[in-house]
Design a protein around this ligand. Structure first.
Ligand code: ZN
Length: 148
């Protein structure tokens, strides 16, 4: 059973890395952040369109490994319509998930596919990179974020 679940998660990560969702530059974005993970060579740019406190649209571009791309793809899928508060809460949950494999009982939906990442410490930065860029974008920071 656990192996089946593991396979399913791997398939979802591969699927999202091969055909990432919301993979485009956004004209008219009012928030933007670059993230890079020098250890792996992952580079992503996140584009957000926020109306007040709510993420109305989100997209990304970049290159990197399957984990970083799948993470960015699933992130963009999960965040449309969320408020700044909800985004930060989700960041905390995903951060806990990729570092410990648990979420403290909260349902994170499809993002649960990253539960296995904590077993591969070198991959944790790949998975969390788009999330760091996201928080930087939401806070309106202009400096590029790096996992180093
Ligand atoms: Zn990577």
């Amino acid at each position: 059973m656990f192996d089946d679940l593991h396979d399913l998660y791997q398939q979802m990560i591969l699927d999202h890395s091969r055909s990432p969702r919301n993979f485009r530059k956004m004209e008219g974005a009012n928030r933007r952040a670059d993230g890079r993970n020098p250890l792996c060579g992952d580079q992503i740019t996140l584009y957000l369109f926020m109306e007040g406190d709510v993420v109305k649209d989100i997209s990304f571009q970049g290159s990197g490994c399957a984990i970083s791309k799948a993470s960015a793809s699933l992130l963009t899928d999960a965040l449309k319509g969320k408020s700044r508060q909800e985004v930060k809460r989700l960041f905390d949950q995903v951060h806990e998930l990729v570092t410990t494999g648990k979420t403290g009982g909260d349902d994170v939906g499809k993002l649960a596919v990253f539960a296995g990442v904590h077993k591969f410490p070198a991959r944790v930065k790949c998975a969390i990179l788009p999330w760091h860029a996201l928080i930087a974008a939401i806070e309106g920071k202009v400096e590029p974020v790096s996992t180093e």
